[in-house]
Ligand binder design. Structure first.
Ligand SMILES: [Mg+2]
Length: 394
């Protein structure tokens, strides 16, 4: 069978939820008071939108093959990502065989090395990579998990991230991860409030339900250590992203200083095999949490996950909906997955990338059967009601 070539690459932007799940209306829990590296500035403490958390918006990458097959994917990159795709990356894709994903990834990464390596550039490469895997699956009429070696389990099991672990427990999730609200700038009083919230949640969910704190890069080593030690009494399962992502040394210290049995996890703002190699070689954490839409795509996550396997670390990808699910299903070292509670009050299950995708599967009773992932590619469609813009062409 002749392999089609890539005919055209198109990049669109869209606002209002979707891949940029921080781009929500006012009053959403995800924009409530959450400790961040900006919390030391009182004027940027009460909401994350106040310092521009939702400034990027979603990027949609669409790739059309010579036989008319179309693949697409979404990530967080907005206008900047659209520029990079149209004006820079498209040249490495158009005319190539749709099966040559490894070659295209290598050319995209190396051609952007002088201004890329991490952040929005690698988000953008990730979006293109996911679109290439979707295209390959559409053409082969197989789900992406089948292209990755096939599933190793019949269903995925989820913990929930959001403001209401107690409600997540009622919905059947295996655990609940809360955003930490008070930052070190709020001193000992803030620390006591953080621990009081954990204590209150523990009293609601009983002893066995997992509770975790997501600290979104907001702490320093001393505060993170004190928080972990105080949280031991309430059975905190893990402390997540306690420190800035570049502080590998701090993470290595923190992992040594937390109470025995408590996990130190991080990686959602880390990228590529080299970033994760640092986390693992320096023994910075127990579980790595790459975001497949940000770390370099499926092509890079395969390499990161293989390295984690050799280090005996679990890989529990950050968010990312179907793009994570198809990967997690195929890995022995990814025994459960994250579900972001995108309802404004975290009181019901809604699709994570709502409203951008159609056919986006969601867990029921905290579980998702693999039969929900048996459509070609990633098995989702773009919602035609979303208002896409194409700011650049080539
Ligand atoms: Mg997190």
């Amino acid at each position: 069978m002749a392999v089609p070539t890539i005919k055209q690459v198109r990049a669109y932007t869209v606002r209002g939820g979707g891949a940029d799940y921080h781009d929500q209306g006012d009053g959403h829990w995800i924009d409530g008071q959450i400790a961040t590296p900006m919390s030391k500035y009182p004027q940027y403490r009460m909401t994350r939108k106040s310092f521009g958390l939702n400034v990027l918006g979603s990027l949609v990458v669409e790739i059309e093959a010579s036989d008319g097959t179309v693949g697409f994917a979404v990530t967080t990159a907005g206008d900047i990502g659209a520029f990079i795709v149209e004006r820079h990356l498209a040249r490495f894709l158009e005319g190539q065989k749709i099966t040559d994903i490894e070659l295209m990834w290598d050319q995209m990464f190396n051609a952007t090395l002088y201004y890329g390596r991490k952040g929005v550039v690698v988000n953008t490469i990730s979006g293109v990579d996911l679109a290439l895997w979707d295209l390959l699956g559409q053409w082969r009429k197989e789900p992406v998990h089948a292209l990755l070696g096939g599933p190793v389990r019949d269903e995925l099991q989820f913990y929930a991230t959001g403001a209401r672990p107690d409600l997540a427990q009622q919905m059947g999730f295996i655990g609940g991860k809360m955003p930490l609200r008070h930052s070190p700038a709020e001193g000992d009083e803030g620390l006591r409030k953080n621990l009081a919230e954990l204590a209150e949640m523990r009293s609601r969910v009983g002893d066995d339900f997992w509770l975790m704190f997501d600290c979104w890069m907001s702490l320093d080593l001393n505060y993170a250590t004190k928080l972990a030690q105080g949280a031991q009494a309430y059975g905190l399962k893990w402390i997540e992203e306690a420190l800035p992502p570049d502080d590998y040394w701090g993470y290595a210290d923190l992992k040594r200083q937390v109470p025995t049995g408590m996990l130190v996890n991080t990686g959602e703002h880390e990228a590529t095999r080299w970033g994760f190699r640092m986390l693992m070689e320096m023994d910075c954490c127990d579980i790595i949490q790459p975001d497949v839409g940000w770390c370099g795509g499926i092509t890079e996550l395969i390499k990161i996950s293989a390295l984690a396997d050799a280090y005996g670390k679990q890989v529990i990808p950050h968010g990312s909906s179907v793009y994570s699910y198809h990967f997690v299903a195929t890995r022995h070292n990814s025994p459960f997955a994250e579900f972001l509670m995108m309802a404004p009050e975290a009181d019901r299950v809604v699709p994570m990338f709502n409203p951008l995708l159609l056919d986006e599967p969601v867990p029921a009773q905290g579980r998702l059967s693999l039969s929900a992932l048996d459509q070609p590619g990633f098995g989702v469609r773009l919602n035609p009601d979303c208002d896409l813009a194409r700011p650049y062409t080539h």
